[in-house]
Ligand binder design. Structure first.
Ligand code: LLP
Length: 409
């Protein structure tokens, strides 16, 4: 829960100002209660389903650990995420391995670990997995990722279910892959997956994708191929600007309806953003103000290396002052120190009059914030803090200058 208390922004019971003073800025802060409330809401809506948290949204082990301890599984897309998930205690039997370009090495680590299933995205990957399984003398669990050619209506960079996207395979190809997997002694047919995009705000694309998945399941049944898992991905949209967005209860009902003919199949979902976006904020201090004949700028100490979403997708995040002031506002661009014009956190935003040293918070930054941050411009990555009630815990220390050059020779 991140909100104002007596005009001071607070993460649960700790003021943003106190956090910034104690841990420095730029700083990622997360509310534990918010993450747990979101997870509980999803559990309620999707009772009986396996919820595999998409680690990429926020892969800090303390954050993942909160969900793992409450029964969540993990959706991973790399050997690195596999190692993280295992280190953080996710049982392999609750890990699904997604991704369009898994290497043989990654397939092999996943198989050795005993993941629940591989979401396979091409015929060639299926062959590679079979080869790895034969080498390890251990049959591999296979789900095929369907590309249902559905427009999820999201930013083009994060739409994944169209025939012109690199993800998944079309129905005919999927059918052939299932038949191949069914016949191979080294492959075990497990399920069907789709993931059509991220930050999806309406039900219709899910309904269309689920209908196309149901058609495929029916065709498989005619061939005697039964599925245990139906994985309908993630992508559940959150409200960044207070807009109306997806209601998870309605979404669960829609997805379940498509599954009704196959009561033996378990529903699996892979939410990332929905669980953690609202729980996080990026705290940053004002360094300077400046104006040109056309524009007013507030230069802050966080940049596109800390939060890439505005630069990358034109994403809109609320930016607020840690100390609320009423009365007059001015329009300004909130920009970072990086040497690119695309380095902004907000554009033409109404803000109270600000001075150097004032603290700002970029809200709803818990998903794809830190996890997409970089060291561009040789900036050490920010620290991360998890707040529970009155307790604030450093869950990742701020990087140092030594960290920047450590791997170089
Ligand atoms: N499953 C798969 C196979 C995925 O590729 C993704 C996200 C998810 C689940 C979780 O999607 P979510 O529930 O978080 O929407 N960096 C972008 C978002 C990229 C999403 C990539 N795939 C952003 O900041 O908006």
């Amino acid at each position: 829960m991140i909100r104002y208390k007596n005009d001071r922004l607070a993460v649960e019971d700790v003021s943003a100002e106190a956090l910034a003073r104690r841990f420095g800025t730029p700083l990622y802060v997360y509310s534990q209660a918010e993450i747990l409330a979101r997870y509980a809401a999803l559990r309620k809506a999707f009772a009986g389903a396996l919820i595999c948290y998409a680690l990429k949204a926020n892969s800090n082990r303390a954050v993942c650990g909160l969900l793992r301890a409450r029964g969540a599984g993990a959706d991973i897309v790399s050997g690195g995420e596999l190692a993280r998930a295992l280190a953080c205690g996710f049982p392999a039997s609750r890990i699904v391995f997604s991704g369009v370009g898994k290497t043989e090495e990654e397939l092999s680590s996943g198989l050795k670990a005993g993941v629940l299933t591989f979401n396979v995205e091409s015929f060639e990957e299926l062959r590679a997995l079979e080869k790895v399984a034969r080498r390890l003398r251990r049959p591999a669990p296979v789900s095929v990722r369907l590309n249902p050619d559905v427009d999820a209506g999201t930013h083009p960079h994060i739409t994944t279910g169209r025939a012109d996207n690199k993800f998944g395979v079309e129905e005919g190809e999927a059918l052939a892959m299932f038949e191949r997997a069914d016949q191979s002694p080294w492959l075990r047919v497990k399920g069907l997956q789709f993931h059509i995009g991220s930050q999806i705000e309406t039900l219709a694309p899910y309904a269309r994708a689920a209908a196309s998945a149901a058609r495929l399941v029916a065709r498989l049944e005619e061939k005697g191929i039964k599925l245990e898992l139906l994985d309908f991905g993630g992508g559940f949209g959150v409200s960044y600007r207070g807009e109306k967005t997806l209601e998870v209860g309605a979404l669960a009902r829609t997805l379940r309806k498509a599954l009704a003919p196959w009561p033996q199949a378990r529903l699996l979902i892979e939410p990332g953003r929905w669980l953690v976006a609202d729980a996080g904020a990026l705290l940053t201090r004002v360094l300077y103000k400046k104006t040109t004949s056309r524009r007013r700028f507030v230069v802050v100490d966080a940049g596109m290396n800390d939060l890439a979403r505005p630069a990358l997708y034109g994403a809109w995040h609320p930016v607020v002052a840690a100390r609320r002031r009423r009365g007059k506002t001015m329009k300004a661009d909130v920009v970072g120190p990086i040497c690119e014009t695309g380095d902004y956190l907000a554009r033409q935003r109404a803000l109270p009059p600000l001075e150097a040293g004032d603290l700002l918070a970029v809200l709803k930054a818990g998903a794809y914030g830190f996890s997409m941050s970089s060291q561009y411009n040789s900036r050490p990555r920010a620290a991360e803090v998890l707040v529970a009630g009155r307790k604030a815990r450093l869950i990742r220390r701020r990087e140092t200058i030594e960290d920047l050059v450590r791997a170089e020779r």
